[in-house]
Design a binder for this molecule. Sequence first.
Ligand code: CDP
Ligand code: CDP
Length: 226
Amino acid sequence: MERLTIAIDGPAGAGKSTVARRVAQRLGYLYIDTGAMYRALTLAAQRRGVSPHDEDALAKLARALTIAFAPDGDGQRVLLNGEDVTDAIRTPAVTADVSYVARHPLVREAMVEKQRELAKNGGVVMDGRDIGTYVLPKADVKIYLTASIDERALRRQREMEARGYRVDLETVKEEIAKRDRLDSERAVAPLQKAEDARLLDTTGMTVDEVVEEILAACRTRGREGE
Ligand code: CDP
Ligand code: CDP
């Protein structure tokens, strides 16, 4: 069977990583979390004292880094130059800086090159903000996942609590809204629904329901009316 390229975009907490990982498992495809790649770069910059506003230094760092994914049970580990940084890239400090790091054109150029290389053989599910619009514009299936801001904040709060962070719902909501604004308003490859992407509002839907809808879209190759 043909090995498809599947692009999933959307705002923070829409369920992209959870759903993309499950779809990839069901199809036996590779899952590529591009948000984790920007987070890994942000962590590397923080460790070296590189400012999130220093585009040239960040782009140089991005070109020099090796970011890889290793399967791990139901999920996957993120490796930065061979070091397991899966947990280190999810701290509030990385989350606070990542959208500033990701808005520089030269940084994106370096990261997109790595992402296209990872996806070049098909059989991939890639999630992020600009996958359907910019990284993989010819993807066979494009999904734009969203949910209400209240629902997304609740989901993120539960996730943070499961990882041992106590966070107030209003604070999470503000953090998400700020990041969405930065991601949507940046000049290069902003968060935007691709014209040919299928819009899926997951408010009130379970993960299983969302996964099934995406698999159905894959069966019809994402084209409306088929
Ligand atoms: O999981 P969460 O929604 O918190 O975010 P993420 O997918 O890990 O992405 C973290 C940040 O990386 C986003 O807020 C964007 O600033 C940036 N990003 C991006 O600019 N382009 C992508 N394709 C993926 C992520
Ligand atoms: O990657 P993104 O930031 O879009 O979202 P995520 O990191 O996958 O987080 C979404 C959270 O909401 C996870 O804890 C999921 O279990 C949960 N969730 C979901 O993803 N989809 C639903 N329809 C319902 C809940």
